[in-house]
Design a protein around this ligand. Structure first.
Ligand code: AMP
Ligand code: TRP
Length: 334
């Protein structure tokens, strides 16, 4: 799997629910393409998910599902390293060391911390505050070159670079500085009910989001009720966010350009347009749904893949962790 000449890409995704069409078209689908060109490490960030309350049984289930979903979306364990974060103990250990390299002031400036603590005033736990330090550890342990993240995580990546730079300066060159990776093909998918806001897992209106496990009937129905406008013309324009969003989705799934899509639906109504987009999405997601169902039936296979992933991840991360421990003056066990 490992190829020395290839750059390393690393990303994590929290097990906080089934991926949306937005996660898929905006992120996970390009993770699959990147496997050919890079050494890719993908993990389920279950330790990060502890910062929010989830029923323990549900957390376990969602972790298994997220792992199976990555495989169902085409991440191939022969090509990429896929693992569950807590299965590699280096993350927790490195997280503590990174905590001690992070300043209260800089963590206080993280917008995600401010947003989340404003939203959930009843659970402003210390983990929520030090979350970026754990994330910095995740990235630096693997000496990643590139980290594909959404806009909400770019501040955390910047923070990672700051911590790494400071560490290198204080203790000597140890970490590679990771860069953000923004795949050109990544589409930004908006809510089907409010096309001015991002399609999000946490949306409370089920009609607003397409889960990548929705069946064909559900997908067609949700597209049918998608918000558009009264112009009745399939045209890409900023002042037509609903139609433009559907065009973006259709383009991402079929590879057609906006001009081709406009020509295809010239003179046709929104009813036809929505049905075609819905069908294209349903066709794209069908194999993923079927693969996912098959994988979830095969618990032994999933566990075996998780175990292999954890062993390999631990092997790689432990090299950096040992170096870090030496650097900071922890006495190594003999
Ligand atoms: P999240 O579910 O917010 O943790 O996002 C995980 C990844 O999916 C991030 O890299 C996001 O950029 C991407 N993502 C989430 N929602 C969307 C969306 N509506 N459109 C495009 N990408 C998305
Ligand atoms: N914080 C990321 C999110 O919520 C998940 C994550 C954890 C991550 N560790 C990471 C992403 C390291 C990239 C690299 O989406």
């Amino acid at each position: 799997m490992e190829n020395e000449a290839k750059k390393i890409i690393l990303s994590g995704i929290q097990p906080t629910g089934v991926f949306t069409l937005g996660n898929y078209l905006g992120a996970v689908r390009s993770w699959k393409t990147m496997q050919e060109q890079y050494n890719c490490y993908y993990f389920i960030a279950d330790l990060h998910s502890l910062t929010i309350h989830i029923d323990p049984q549900k957390r376990r289930q969602q972790t298994r599902e997220a792992f199976a979903l990555l495989l169902a979306c085409g991440i191939d364990t022969e090509k990429s390293l896929v693992f569950v974060q807590s299965h590699n103990k280096c993350h927790a250990e490195m997280g503590w060391i990174m905590d001690c390299c992070s300043q209260f002031g800089e963590l206080s400036r993280m917008t995600q911390f401010k947003d989340k603590s404003a939203k959930h005033p009843d659970n402003i736990n210390a983990g929520l505050f030090t979350y970026p330090a754990l994330m910095a550890g995740d990235i630096l342990l693997y000496q990643a070159d590139y980290v594909p993240v959404g806009a909400d995580q770019t501040q955390h990546l910047e923070f990672t670079r700051d911590v790494a730079t400071r560490f290198n300066h204080t203790y000597g060159e140890t970490f590679k500085l990771p860069e953000g990776y923004f795949p050109k093909a990544g589409a930004r998918v908006m809510s089907l009910q409010d096309p001015t806001s991002k399609m999000s897992k946490s949306d409370t209106n089920p009609k607003a989001t397409i889960s990548i496990l929705d069946d064909e009937k559900t997908i067609l129905k949700k597209f049918k009720s998608a918000v558009t406008d009264s112009e009745a013309c399939v045209r890409y324009s900023e002042d037509k966010p609903g139609v433009s969003n559907l065009m973006t989705i259709y383009s991402a799934v079929t590879g057609k350009t906006m001009a081709e899509i406009e020509a295809e639906f010239a003179g046709k109504g929104y009813g036809d347009f929505k049905a075609v987009v819905g069908q294209a999405v349903a066709d794209e997601l069908r194999p993923i749904r079927e693969d996912f169902a098959r994988l979830m039936q095969d618990r032994a296979y999933l566990e075996e893949e998780m175990k292999k992933g954890a062993e390999h991840a631990t092997y790689i991360a432990n090299k950096t962790l040992t170096k870090v421990k030496k650097r900071v003056g922890l006495l190594l066990e003999k």
